[in-house]
Design a binder for this molecule. Structure first.
Ligand code: ARG
Length: 576
């Protein structure tokens, strides 16, 4: 049974009190109920301040009116007005115990599905064909995958799509290089970066090769069958390569989710026609452009969104206009999300503005660029290998698993096969968690020692906390979960924390901010550690009903950690 967010539930009571006491209407969210870290206080209501200003009363007077009319004796101790008009709220022990007791065996752990599900199209990962996926694509892949899991769990429909860079002028030189190399079993495409660099070098050094490459682009765009076959070989080899990375990372994307740039080719002419019919296009230096209002360069001149280049070709912007049109018009999606690095912020802002002008996006749709910063090395610069090249994803993950294997071997009693599996879960988890636990908008420094640490806000710490829960449950034999009791402050703190999962998930979903969930999980694991250190569970002198209650708490804590990590795409092995 899903109960939802305690803060909102309290907010609804406060709203009721305001209606009865002062004839004011507010929403539960407007009651501004926040968890409190004060001794003896679980939540604080901060609504009196802002409301007092609005209605010309003293904040304390408003707070006292709320308290006087609050109908909450079933769940709260007598509330207390503090300072200028805060209201301190403390949940009743019996109420807490009943709520947490209901979480035993609840697969949603109290998280109610959203009342109004929406239909999200989620663009993430989106690497480029014939280029190795590098650490820059790592963030899009990891953040996008966590958002996919979070949105789905919240109850929304989500269609992921991988906007593969599989079209455009570089394919001329890539295909010609493939022709030269021969595309047999070992064409050399498997080393994608080298293949790309070789093609590039030939293009720059050899004018006949460059001419062939240009002719190839024309043949490709003209739909020449032989050229398309070669192009497909490149796309397939790259897709295979990306799929391997997804599998290693435990990413949900499949080849069926690829909607590469080429997918939108059939729609490009229509887009230009529709934009033109709406009077939105202008010819500028031979190119067809849209000038969405509000975008200017340093000289205050309007910035163009080039939808058809002067040579007649279509580019990145035209494809993205067609992408918006497709997902809204053909697929009926209500929300378009793009998990792409912050340097493309202006591109997306212009695409969204032009799409609204064109009527592809209306008030019924939202469109959001979910940007993210870069990963920095410990020197504060873009992360590089020792020899100065950009870091390959595969190498980075291999290193993570290797380091995790050492950590696991230090104290594990597992056999070597199982140790290898656990090392993978720990190593990959650490890479993902380091990314997800940082506010995505910011750059972050990639520090092996910090992300692999057993203490602190890391996945390893959460995985150990869960393994500790699992070990207690194993030692208890067939554990008997009893009615939840409140016998100790550390135990009580754990109950309060367990009920904050719904709020953490809502915050992560609504802000497209996985770090709101990691922060919660870290707090939960710390609260559990304090509980575990001060509340014995299996010791023989613990009364049976207390043990049964503490085992139930241990079970729910483990369930929350496992669910939370799963929503981040991270495994939680039962033993480490
Ligand atoms: N392939 C692009 C890149 O690597 C990212 C594509 C993002 N999605 C989009 N619809 N433009 O930069």
């Amino acid at each position: 049974m899903a109960h939802g967010d305690v803060g909102l539930e309290l907010g609804a009571r406060v709203a009721g009190a305001l209606r009865r006491g002062l004839g004011l209407e507010i929403t539960p969210a407007e009651a501004v109920i926040r968890p409190s870290t004060r001794e003896g206080v679980d939540y604080q209501c901060n609504a009196a301040m802002s409301l007092a200003k609005k209605i010309g009363k003293a904040p304390r007077e408003v707070a006292e009116a709320i308290v006087a009319h609050l109908d909450s004796a079933d769940l709260l101790e007598v509330p207390e007005v503090a300072g200028p008009g805060f209201i301190n709220l403390r949940l009743r022990d019996e109420w807490l115990a009943g709520r947490v007791g209901a979480l035993v065996g609840d697969t949603r752990l109290g998280v109610a599905p959203v009342e109004q599900p929406r239909r999200f199209a989620l663009d993430y990962s989106s690497p480029n064909v014939a280029k190795e996926m590098h650490i820059g694509h790592l963030r899009s892949t990891i953040i996008g995958d966590a958002l996919l899991r979070l949105l789905r769990f919240a109850g929304h429909e989500v269609v992921p799509h991988n906007h593969l860079g599989d079209w455009g002028t570089p394919f001329g030189m890539l295909i010609e290089h493939l022709v030269d190399e021969g595309h047999g079993a070992d064409s050399g495409i498997s080393d994608l970066n080298r293949f790309y660099q070789q093609a590039r070098a030939k293009f720059d050094a050899d004018p006949t090769f460059a001419d062939r490459a240009r002719a190839r682009v024309v043949a490709l765009q003209g739909g020449d069958e032989g050229t398309l076959t070669l192009w497909r070989a490149l796309v397939e080899e790259s897709t295979r390569h990306f799929q391997q990375a997804y599998e290693l990372l435990g990413i949900l994307l499949t080849p069926g989710d690829v909607y590469g740039e080429s997918f939108y080719n059939p729609y490009l002419d229509t887009v230009i026609d529709e934009l033109t019919a709406k009077g939105l296009t202008e010819i500028s230096d031979g190119a067809v452009c849209v000038f969405p209002p509000g975008f200017t360069n340093r000289e205050a001149e309007p910035l163009p969104l080039i939808v058809r280049k002067s040579d007649g070709g279509y580019g990145y912007a035209a494809t993205d206009m067609a992408t918006v049109r497709y997902w809204v018009t053909e697929r009926g999606m209500t929300d378009l999300l793009y998990v792409v690095g912050t340097p493309q912020a202006q591109h997306f802002a212009m695409i969204f503005a032009a799409s609204r002008q064109a009527g592809y996006l209306t008030e019924a749709q939202t469109s959001v660029h979910i940007g993210f910063g870069t990963i920095l090395g410990e020197d504060g610069k873009t992360i590089r290998t020792r020899s100065g090249e950009s870091v390959k994803l595969a190498d980075l993950l291999a290193e993570a698993v290797e380091q995790a294997a050492k950590t696991v071997a230090e104290r594990s009693s597992l056999d070597s096969d199982r140790q290898a599996e656990v090392a993978r879960a720990v190593g990959i988890g650490a890479v993902k968690y380091a990314d997800l636990s940082n506010d995505r908008e910011k750059d972050y420094v990639f520090t092996w020692s910090r992300m692999m640490a057993k203490e602190g806000n890391t996945s390893v710490y959460l995985q150990y906390a869960n393994a500790r829960c699992q070990s207690v449950l194993r030692k208890a034999g067939t554990p008997r979960f009893g009615e939840v009791l409140v016998t100790d402050p550390a135990e009580r703190a754990l109950l309060v924390r367990l009920l904050q999962l719904p709020a953490a998930i809502t915050a992560a979903v609504e802000g497209y901010a996985p770090h709101k969930l990691t922060g919660y999980l870290y707090d939960l694991a710390s609260t559990f550690t304090t509980f575990y250190d001060s509340c014995p569970i299996l010791r023989p002198d613990v009364p049976d009903e207390v043990r049964a209650s503490r085992l139930a708490l241990t079970k729910v804590t483990s369930d929350v950690l496992v669910l939370g990590l799963d929503l981040l795409g991270i495994e939680a092995p039962a033993e480490l």
